[in-house]
Each structure stands twice: as C-alpha cells, then as structure tokens.
Design a protein around this ligand. Structure first.
Ligand SMILES: *Cc1c(COP(=O)(O)O)cnc(C)c1O
Length: 392
C-alpha cells in the first residue's frame, strides 16, 4: 500500500525520520537538545521590544517542543501544531479554540468516553450545546445542523466499536455552514491517516498512544488547517499549556520508529485475528482492515494502514463471568487502559449506558485488544489457553 503524505517533497517514512531535526543548528548532533527553560534572555531592550527574537519565554516554546510540533505539522500537512499535556487535553483545547458561548457542536456517539464527559460536563458551563450523532451518517449529517452549529467532531474508527466515518462527506457538509471539523485520529496515527487532507480543520492525536509508543508518557498534539491555526495558536497561549521537555523528547524519540512499529502491530494483529476467526467462541470482529468489516471501503479509501487495536464479540450467550475468567487467565495481555505501547492489552468492553444516538446490543459481550510487538504465535497460545479456561 502506498503511504500517503501531504508533504510534497518526500514520502511519509522519510518525513518521520527527518522532520523537526536540524543537526547543523546543534553542533551536528542528530537529535535536538532537551531544553529545560523558563526565562529566555534578550540581548538588549530594542530586541525585547521589537518582538524579533524567536524564543521569548519557556511556556511559549523552545527548540525541543518546536521539533515535535514541526514533525507533526509536516506529517499532517498542517499549517501548525500545538502540543498538549495528554490526548484529552488536546481534545478539550481544540474544542474550546473553535467554540463560543451559544454555539452547538455535534459529536459522534462512538467518541472516546472522556470526550463525552468533557462535552457533557465542561461545555455546558460555557453555554455550549452538544448533541450526539450516529457515526454512520455521511453528508446526511446536514439534517442535524442547527442555526448555531459551529463544530463537528469526528473520530474514526469509533472507540470500542470501531465504526468508520465518512469524514470527507461530513467535512464538506460542515464547511457549507462554516463549521469547524475536528477529528480524533489516534487509532491511525498521522502515519496512516492525514485528516487535514480529508477536510478536517483540527486533527487531534493522543500522542500517549503510538507516537510515544512505550507506555511511559502522556502527550497530545493538535495539528491545524490554515483556517483553524490562528485561533488554536492564540487559545493555546491564553490557556498557558506547556508540555515538559523530557516528555516532548520521548515523544520525538517514539515518533522516529512509528513506521516500523505500526507495520508490525498491523501484521501481528491480522495474524491474531485470522486465528480468532477460527474459534467457535468468537462472534463478530471489529477491525476496518478486514474485508468483511462494514467500514472497510472507507478505511481503504482514506487510510494507508491499520493499527493494533480492535474488538471482538464473544458468541451470543457468553456471560460477563466467562469473560472475566478469560481475561484473568491471560498472561501476556495486560489488563489496563490506554494502548499504543509495545505490549499487548485486553479489557472488557462496557457499552451499557454510554451511547445515546445508537443502540448497541444490550447482550453484547466483547473484549478490546491491543496487539503488541510480541511474537503472535505466543499471543495465540496465550489466548488459546484462556478460551479453554473460560469455555472448557
Ligand atoms: C487514549 C485516547 C485519548 C486520550 O488520550 P490521553 O493521553 O489518555 O488523554 C483520546 N482519544 C482516543 C481515541 C484515545 O484512545
């Protein structure tokens, strides 16, 4: 599969290796230094007054933060990027940068649960209204627009259930009414999807996941289109967001190997899924890279690869207690939130009470898995003994 990039000069793997680095500026060292800084000194009053100096104060950026921002900007084909303290912080900043009191935002029913919590608990404080929509809507989303709709949030594939969204169709409809389009692009990472080329204005990453890639740092990124950039840049400054340089450095370090890691995550995931498909205990598998997946055509059109996160349903009649036995029996899969690191994880999916615009099957008994960089043969052996334990 060709790896798409909106950066004209190089293919995206080359961008990942070179973006945000200027060795000659730092005595030839390959990587930028980790700059710990608050005060930045000016040579004279004139320079201080003129605003002509590149760095003015630690909070507003230094060569380390700028290196990661530049790399993401190039990968995403964006006008600019701002860093955030976590993926959720990137979501809240992006939303607030484009919404005003009295506005309305549409959010997909399958959004990451903390995105809903932010939307339901924080936005109403500012008199911003939110409603949820079926992620299967494309241009028909128009029918949900109100006079005050100013933003449409998207996330593909959806959290826990992995529905794809027709982002270009949604973006076109939203732009017709001048609304800003946001996308949580964490699943694909900027390597496998460049939302701005699909019409998105604010492209959000939980850098915590694949960019960092080693389960040791919380980080967020927001890449903006030409139109959305000035408001994002200003708002980020007004809010005083600053990411510590050591964390940014680990993000940059993770980024350099994103391509080889994701390729392996996808390969291992497909291998584990092919085996799961042969198991009598397993029902539907939710992963858009599968030809049988309802979102496959959109995935193929808009993405250039798939990551290591998917969900599978147990066959009808499986109890939560059986699922717990299965999960507790796993030894190579950790039981924990987040994902995107080098290691495999598995958690129970709970949909009851978290969706309002769609109706998930109340009997659904599923597991969300992250397939790590272990040997898939060992992962399969581990899964096999867990099925025996739960169903034997
Ligand atoms: C984890 C995650 C986030 C939030 O990232 P944090 O760094 O944990 O705040 C946002 N969106 C998606 C899709 C995620 O999986």
């Amino acid at each position: 599969m060709t790896k798409k990039t909106s950066s004209a000069a190089h293919n995206i793997d080359t961008v990942v290796a070179h973006a945000g680095r200027s060795p000659r500026e730092f005595h030839g060292f390959v990587n930028p230094p980790v700059v710990h800084a608050s005060t930045v000194l000016f040579p004279d009053v004139e320079t201080m007054a003129s605003g002509g100096q590149k760095y003015v104060y630690g909070r507003r950026g230094n060569p380390t933060t700028e290196a990661l921002e530049d790399a993401i900007t190039q990968m995403e084909g964006a006008a600019g990027t701002k860093l955030a303290n976590s993926g959720l912080n990137a979501i809240s900043l992006a939303c607030l940068s484009c919404l005003n009191a009295g506005d309305h935002m549409l959010v997909p029913d399958t959004a990451y649960a903390p995105t809903r919590k932010f939307s339901d608990n924080v936005l109403p404080k500012f008199n911003i209204e939110v409603s949820y929509y079926d992620p299967g809507l494309g241009k028909e989303i128009r029918s949900l627009f109100k006079d005050n709709t100013r933003a449409v949030f998207t996330e593909a594939p959806g959290s826990l259930t992995f529905e794809m969204q027709d982002v270009p169709a949604i973006a076109e409809a939203a732009h017709d009414i001048g609304a800003t389009v946001l996308m949580d692009n964490t699943w694909a990472s900027p390597l496998y999807c460049q939302p701005i080329s699909l019409g998105v204005d604010l492209s959000i990453q939980a850098g915590t996941k694949y960019i960092v890639g080693h389960s040791d740092v919380m980080l967020g990124t927001i890449a903006a289109s030409e139109k959305a950039w000035p408001a994002l840049n200003d708002f980020h400054g007004f809010m005083g967001v600053h990411v510590a340089p050591d964390d940014v450095y680990l993000g940059l370090r993770g980024l350099r190997t994103l391509s080889v890691r994701l390729e392996r995550h996808m390969k291992n995931t497909l291998e584990v899924i092919s085996w799961l498909q042969t198991r009598p205990e397993v029902g539907a598998i939710h992963y858009p890279a599968l030809e049988s997946d309802p979102g496959h055509a959109i995935w193929k059109r808009d993405f250039s690869g798939a990551s290591g996160l998917f969900a599978f349903d147990f066959k009808a009649g499986t109890t939560d207690a059986q699922r717990a036995v299965f999960l507790d029996a796993l030894s190579l899969f950790g039981l924990g939130f987040s994902w995107g690191g080098f290691e495999s994880l598995a958690i129970p999916v709970k949909l009851a009470g978290i969706r309002t615009a769609t109706k998930p099957d109340p009997e659904n008994c599923s597991i969300r898995m992250h397939i790590g960089l272990e040997d898939p043969e060992d992962l399969i052996k581990d899964l096999s003994q867990a099925f025996d334990r739960a169903f034997g």
